[in-house]
Design a protein around this ligand. Sequence first.
Ligand code: ACO
Length: 472
Amino acid sequence: MGIVEELKPIFSPKSIAVIGASRSPTKIGYEILQNILVQGYTGKVFPINPESPLIMGLKTQPSVLAVKEDIDLAIIAVPADFVPKVMAECAKKKVKGVIVISSGFAETGEHGKQLEEEILQIARRGGIRIIGPNTLGYKDPIDNLDAAFVYGMPRPGEIALISQSGALCIGMVYYANGEHIGLSRVISVGNKADVDDADIIDYLAQDDATKVIAMYIEGIKDGKKFLESARRCKKPIVAIKAGRTAAGSAAASTHTGSLSGSDAVYHAVFKQVHVQRAYDVIELFDFARALAYQPPAQSNKVGIISNGGGAGIMIADWCESIGLKVPNLTKKTADALRPHLPSITTARNPLDVTGDARFHRYHATGSIMLSDPNVDALIMTCVHAGIARPMEYVGAVIKLVEEKRNLKKPIVACWVGGPEIDEVVQELKVKNIPVYPSAMRAANAVKCLYEEGRRLDLAGKNKQAKEASPSP
Ligand code: ACO
């Protein structure tokens, strides 16, 4: 059986046992059961508790061995020292997959390491795959299953999130919700005693709901396996690799029992297999959103339109300083732009459409710039000067994104201003158009789309296509 079939009972279970389902609302075992039920899971649920006959109106069983029906997934939330016994019962019952929520394993020292090895061996003998231990569980907003112990579902979307940290995982879900970023699957992997990042990448690679894989990693045990999965995966992967410094690395070893390893080695491996590296949560989602909702860039040549000279210049600086190009426009483009511009403005890249621009100037210049063969990506920026019309520019960006999809040139927005801008950009976020509050973030997002183009070898493919087609 391949990894996809092995993980299916965990991520698409027909029945779930919650081992350590508690009577007490303050306990994690209570929360897990409640989240599963509140979210409206339609499969069978078996609360396991030897002390109480009834929890949340459901009849309990003292052990999985007392359950008459098959169990696809068992979620274990009993103290670590009891997990080997419970795992042995799961093996006897032929449970297919297990999530071990409990902490107290490799992250805590020698005794915990032995416990982790013990449950792993029991699971291997029983043919059970384990997520965790020391995990939050997972949240599936597409199939509406909340198998985690902190309340709150992500907005459904196309970005899968894999996180080695449980608490950060929830923080990321809340951040994504606030940014209108939809997620497909959210998986907290904890100590990765058995199922690791590579397995989950393989699983998500075939998941129709997932377009982009975003990861928070503290350590990878089997580098070769990761490399092979990442290389096999046809979808873009963005990753934070934490524990980059001596202080971060020491913290990771007590958090999830991870060996952070040499940062330079991770960097080289990521580069080799085109995993794009992000350095914090905001950057992770900046990249993931761009990758999920804009086409990859076919080259590094960026057009820039601003309603204020300074913003355009800053974006140009950022682009050039990170390896993008801000090319000259063709004569044809400059000639086409001129009738739309005030006489004081030069038709060049970056293009300053000046502060009195309205919808039509912003839209028309964007449209012309996108037709320039020297431009393969467009950054449209708005600074909220007194006479600017940010809402009209939002409309122009939305229209351009819709009209120009066939050109396969990414468009990102950069909106700089105060709280009133926050309100205006909601419109873009709701429509999944990447919008950033700084030149640096907008330029980095385009760089990420350019790297994705390189991963797919778009420039090479276009060249081949041109060479193959007969000359006119
Ligand atoms: N089978 C079934 N149920 C059992 C068993 C058993 N063998 N043994 C005990 N239980 C029941 C208990 O009776 C209890 O139910 P009750 O409250 O109705 O009496 C319930 O299971 C829970 O058992 P407790 O002993 O009360 O354990 P408690 O809930 O205090 O703690 C827990 C268990 C949550 C797993 C704890 O040990 C733990 O590990 N907490 C940390 C979890 C965590 O943070 N995970 C990682 C997060 S992600 C990250 O940040 C990396």
